[in-house]
Ligand binder design. Sequence first.
Ligand code: DLZ
Ligand code: SF4
Length: 510
Amino acid sequence: MKDCNLILILGDQLSPENPALLAADIKKDTIVMAEVAEETTYVAHNRHKIAFILSAMRHFCTTLRQQGYTVIYHTLADGHRSLESAVRHSVEQVKPTGLLVCEPGEYRLTEAINSWGKRLKIPVSQLEDSRFLASASFFKEWKARQKQPRMEYFYREMRKLHGLLLDADGKPEGGRWNYDRENRKGWRGAADIPPRSFPTPNTVTQQVIDEVQQAFPNNPGDLSQFYAAVTRSEALEQLEWFCDHALAGFGTWQDAMATESGWLFHSLIAAYLNAGLLDPLATCQRVERAWRDGDCELSAAEGFIRQVLGWREFVRGIYWAEMPNYAEKNQLAAQRALPEWFWTADTDMHCLQQSLQQSLDLGYGHHIQRLMVIGNFALLAGLAVKEVCDWYLAVYIDAFEWVELPNTLGMALYADGGIMASKPYAASGKYIQRQGNYCKSCRYDPAQVTGEKACPYNALYWSFLERNREQLSSNHRMSMMYANWDRKAPADQTAILAWADKTLEERTGA
Ligand code: DLZ
Ligand code: SF4
């Protein structure tokens, strides 16, 4: 047995700062990367997600080999069912003294890797993940100091710790920590939406696209529209494009929705951060520089940095602090089966049709489409938490369980009973109308609650409140909503609840 290590690099750990890679001895150690059935099929991933990960893995492998590393690369065609099987194969070939891997992003895989040592008969070390600024233990310590852990206070601490958007006295630039109030304008066509510039797939990516089309004929995703960056330099170009063309509008229209564009002013870089192609701190620093150079308002830079430094780190911290029980939570006992049209976008509700179609075709939806259109419907209709979570995990190009679960189960569905959000993000059609122009192209009317023209969100919204009264009415942030409902005449309430039942039956078959 040689004195050398095998270094496993997973498909979402493609960073030169990967701690297992940094620990590698380029002369003695061997890197292993593996495309395997278990990872490509644990949900019916969007084809964009599979093609993105596999192409990014192949490009990363080439870069490592060019740098002089020895890399064993197992392709899907090699037929390894699981990462363990691919690693076993390489262990037998290389006969290393140990296996090093950066800790995975998902509980499922962490548990699996914990059991490898015994079976493969070599020591396995999981090293702390450097794709994040707050380690799991840092977050747990912070959480233990809070009466009620809220993103806003965590975010302020992170701003101070990483010196982002602070003045010379260490105070927040502009005098406020949070400019969310300026980030909520609805879309009324008041600016030009910049046309996107995406990388052209090279021969490696084209080969992956062909393989994915063949191997996953029934998964969602229209690969004729493949748009993802697959290398660090392409991802950096996307970030530069965002800073130059979209960041200035991102602040104002962060929560907006437009029929004419699903991208609006969003950066589309979550997948690159989550796969290790971009570094979160450098990304925030780049956006801060754009503001200091006068390229955008403070509210735009702050809104962006809050998403990356605040929300992204916070959800990941919640995930590791709460797993494994978190995945089983279902506070509001939501049990209705996910309707088939979530997989086809075949609905006459325009906002949902647009958001679902775009999510299925491109693996992309911005946060308001995910939270306030699709998630809001799932919440109001009481769709089964596990089925909704699996749908989100499958559909989005940037979805990994550490980010998907707190956002879907916690934030969108309130199934964690208030760990992620202080109240459910339940809203009627009026919210969707306010945030953009979807309602203008819809056969329904957001001002009507019952009747054939009524926006389905409206009656569902009231029936959601009534159905969950016992759990939610004591939440002081919900008191206004309950007061509005209770002011309605009993006959109106009865009619609204009956209409909600009819709506649910028609749309979910239950
Ligand atoms: C998402 C994904 C896919 C589709 N395929 C692979 C793969 O073939 N090989 C691999 O190493 N990783 C893949 N991944 C990413 C893993 O699922 C990811 O590392 C875990 O979900 C932990 O976050
Ligand atoms: Fe959506 Fe209702 Fe507006 Fe139609 S009317 S787009 S269903 S919010």
